[in-house]
Design a protein around this ligand. Structure first.
Ligand code: AMP
Length: 113
């Protein structure tokens, strides 16, 4: 897979407001937040989108979810946050490096639009 904007953030080639990092993933504030808390959790491994994840990526995918929960709690939104994964341009994916959106701090519609 080719490098993306998010690879450059992992490599510190472009700046980001990083709130969490470990050997497997990185979390940073979305540059165009859609909620008072809007953080992206990305794997350091380049996976373009969820449907390109393989069975052996399951521990990594689980880790991203756990990190999202920890980050939301640290931000003060542990009781109420939403995770979103856009898979494919047709549903709004614009950066083709898998990422979880963590959103919180406002009311959310259900079902989502
Ligand atoms: P998606 O549309 O699901 O692919 O989400 C991509 C997200 O990346 C959008 O919410 C963008 O606002 C966000 N984004 C794009 N560039 C940056 C950047 N340089 N730093 C932080 N977030 C970014």
């Amino acid at each position: 897979m080719t490098d993306t904007l998010f690879t450059k953030i992992i490599d510190r080639e472009i700046p980001a407001d990083i709130v969490y990092e470990d050997e497997q993933c990185l979390a940073f504030r979305d540059i165009n937040p859609k909620a008072p808390m809007h953080i992206l959790v990305i794997p350091k491994k380049c996976i373009a989108k969820l449907t390109e994840a393989k069975q052996n990526d399951e521990p990594l995918l689980g880790h991203l979810m756990t990190v999202a929960s920890v980050v939301a709690s640290k931000e003060g939104y542990g009781d109420a946050f939403r995770l979103v994964v856009n898979n494919g341009a047709a549903v709004g994916q614009s950066v083709f490096h898998l990422h979880l959106h963590i959103l919180g701090g406002r009311d959310f519609m259900w079902p989502p639009g």
